[in-house]
Design a protein around this ligand. Structure first.
Ligand SMILES: [Zn+2]
Length: 178
């Protein structure tokens, strides 16, 4: 019995890895989209804001079920954002309890530049992807910049040394989507 027990989690891990393909689309649930739009509406728009993204990666799609807020300890300047780690951990724990959502990326604003990953963003994502303990397949970055009357949202899938822009849509909740 013992050897079979010991190997089961590893096999399961392998199976999941094989099924995942590079991300070609990001779906936001209305719940996650609402957290982002509420934060954009109420935050100081001259400074960067953001939070973590939690959900599931299935086949070639990432569904974002939960978006975090910056948290009281976040560092927010016009060109830099660093989330409040403790707040992010609380958000992650709550999401996991609710629907087994896991950390799949982050969102943040660029108040005065285009919604593309900066050199610093890229370095941060690479560091996270290189961390074997985090075991990310891909890291999803949602970046927003102000347009005349609204925020322009873009999504990026980071994997190895490649960052690809992918379409992002808000989709209704799908029951049983895992
Ligand atoms: Zn940035």
């Amino acid at each position: 019995m013992a050897p079979r027990h010991a190997s089961a989690p590893r096999l399961r891990h392998l199976r999941i890895r094989v099924m995942l393909r590079p991300v070609t689309a990001v779906h936001l649930t209305p719940q996650a989209a609402r957290v982002i739009s509420d934060e954009l509406r109420t935050a100081d728009s001259t400074r960067e804001t953001g939070g973590i993204l939690l959900g599931h990666h299935t086949d070639d799609t990432v569904i974002v079920r939960h978006a975090g807020t910056p948290g009281p300890g976040a560092i927010q300047t016009p060109t830099y954002f660093l989330r409040d780690l403790e707040h992010a951990q609380t958000t992650a724990d709550r999401a996991y309890t609710q629907d087994r959502s896991v950390w799949i990326g982050e969102w943040h604003t660029h108040p005065s530049s285009r919604p593309v990953p900066s050199a610093q963003d890229t370095a941060t994502y690479r560091q996270l992807l290189d961390d074997p303990e985090l075991a990310f397949h891909s890291f999803i970055a949602v970046i927003l910049s102000p347009r005349t009357s609204h925020w322009h949202m873009t999504a990026w899938a980071c994997r190895n040394d490649v960052i690809t822009r992918v379409p992002v849509h808000t989709v209704p909740e799908q029951v049983g989507y895992q």
